[in-house]
Write a protein that binds this ligand. Structure first.
Ligand SMILES: [Zn+2]
Length: 512
């Protein structure tokens, strides 16, 4: 007897080890995303990575808080291709929270954030949503803002050293004032500041307006300074971020030094994560338009599945997300803890309290629901006949809706089945050995008890002397059933359709 090697400690548990080893008693995990366009599955990785660390910490009894900072003071930097150029070109340089939504109520930031927050709710992500404009307006950033202004020469020197570029020019300031007249936040120049009076004087290079405003609401720190300033203001102990920020000379490198040398705090434990690519379409990016919106994925995936995708892969590993056939296997792994290849700790962290598996593999339900033409009672009856049951009616109905969405949007052709009442025209093209084989199969079917037995019988009969061979035998089966050369696993398919009914159809095909 061989013993299984001890499984490698899960990455989220290792993050928890590191954070607790620092003596942090109330860990704060921060994430931040700019609401500049559609929130996609790549953005979900950021939040779900933070959520995984929070769950691992809570598992150890630490009262971990997950904070999602919405960077809505960021300026609109470009007009993406789905927007009306004439409406949005004049908005360039203005903060996202002040720009009108492409449609409906609220701001541009609200418009893109709303479906994402709904998705986080469905994912049971327990996080505090902090809008950057409210964070500034609350005064929570006042102290760090004035510290940055007071130490701007030191910060400029750090940025020059870290980036190795002379990008920090004469007159540079860590503060981006918000113009009270034209509303731009990217064209201001700081003239003077006074911490005691909480006042920053500035001039707008775009419209010439001069104004004196408080730090809260009067602008924001520039990104490379804003990030470490936030670590101090929010007491951040862990932060997941994309690999672009982790590059040499990137914003984590400069943030680390600014945190220690200017704000006097230790930088958070970094979790650098890789991108999620959509199979065959490259890394997801809103500007490339190859995105799968986070909320759309929830139409086909139970929340546990999305969490599992992120937890199962180490953050440093790029994820190739394939919403086609491999997606069905993922759902099955989450439903069935004993399935091959399951990462049990990832599964444990993925399943919300009270999670109960539906009790029927998703790939099987996809097939049965199609044969039952999405009628819930017929689906349940067919599942019951196949030995699945008793099942929770509402849970099956929910999965059926997901199956339908998946079939419409992501399924490969062979997963779609529509069994016509009449013999498909393709059956007329079968040759003599194929017809004879279908005839023999029709005689054998009524005595075969299981999907496996049917599958074996097809192969054996097709390979008999004078038979068409396995490949052409299976093609004959699919041609007679659905008029195509390929389809779902034939044994299961016939077992669900009912061997008697299929035998009758094969006889007709054999004599046609
Ligand atoms: Zn202006």
């Amino acid at each position: 007897m061989t013993e299984n090697p001890a499984p490698e400690r899960h990455w989220a548990d290792r993050v928890a080890d590191e954070v607790l080893a620092r003596g942090t008693s109330q860990p704060v995990i921060a994430t931040g995303i700019s609401p500049s366009g559609v929130f996609h599955v790549g953005h979900l990785r950021e939040i779900l990575t933070g959520d995984a660390a929070a769950r691992a910490l809570r598992d150890r009894g630490a009262p971990a808080r997950l904070v999602f900072v919405v960077d809505d003071v960021d300026p609109l930097r470009k007009v993406h291709r789905l927007l009306d150029e004439s409406v949005y070109a004049p908005q360039l340089g203005r903060p996202l929270f002040t720009i009108p939504a492409p449609e409906g109520e609220g701001s541009y930031a609200d418009y893109y954030l709303r479906p994402f927050l709904a998705a986080l709710g469905r994912l049971h992500v327990d996080c505090e949503v902090v809008r950057a404009h409210q964070l500034y307006a609350s005064g929570a950033m006042d102290d760090v803002a004035f510290t940055a202004l007071e130490q701007q020469d030191r910060i400029a020197a750090i940025l020059r050293e870290v980036t190795g570029k002379e990008e920090v020019k004469e007159g540079w300031s860590p503060w981006n004032p918000l113009c009270t007249r034209c509303g731009r936040i990217d064209k201001g120049r700081v003239l003077a500041f006074d911490r005691a009076r909480n006042e920053i004087r500035s001039r707008c290079e775009a419209c010439g307006e001069e104004s004196a405003q408080p730090a809260g609401g009067g602008g924001k720190l520039t990104w490379r300074v804003d990030w470490p300033a936030r670590w101090k203001a929010l007491g951040v102990s862990v932060e997941p971020f994309g690999k672009d920020h982790a590059s040499r000379g990137g914003s984590y490198d400069s943030g680390e030094r600014i945190a220690r040398e200017v704000f006097g705090v230790e930088p958070p434990h970094p979790i650098v994560y890789e991108w999620i690519a959509l199979k065959g379409q490259g890394d997801m990016s809103s500007s490339k338009g190859n995105v799968l919106a986070a909320d759309e994925l929830l139409h086909v995936a139970p929340p546990e599945v999305l969490r599992y995708v992120v937890l199962k892969n180490r953050p440093q590993r790029a994820i190739q997300f394939d919403p086609g056939a491999p997606f069905l296997r993922l759902v099955d792994e989450v439903d069935d803890a004993s399935a091959a290849g399951v990462d049990s700790r990832a599964l444990e962290l993925s399943r919300a309290a009270g999670f109960t598996p539906v009790g029927v593999p998703f790939h099987h339900l996809v097939l049965v629901a199609q044969i039952a033409r999405f009628d819930l009672d017929r689906t349940l009856a067919l599942l019951g006949r196949g030995g699945y049951g008793p099942l929770d009616r509402a849970a099956v109905a929910e999965r059926m809706a997901m199956a339908r969405y998946w079939l419409d949007r992501f399924a490969p052709e062979e997963a779609r089945v529509d069994v016509p009442d009449e013999l498909p025209p393709a059956a007329a093209a079968l040759d003599a050995p194929q017809r004879a084989f279908l005839g023999r199969l029709a005689d054998a079917l009524p005595a075969l008890g299981s999907a496996d037995a049917i599958q074996d019988a097809i192969r054996d009969l097709a390979n008999q002397e004078g038979g068409p061979g396995a490949k052409r035998g299976f093609e004959a089966v699919y041609a007679a059933l659905i008029g195509r050369a390929r389809g779902p696993r034939a044994g299961s398919f016939i077992a669900i359709l009912g061997p008697e009914r299929v035998a009758e159809r094969f006889r007709r095909a054999a004599s046609a």
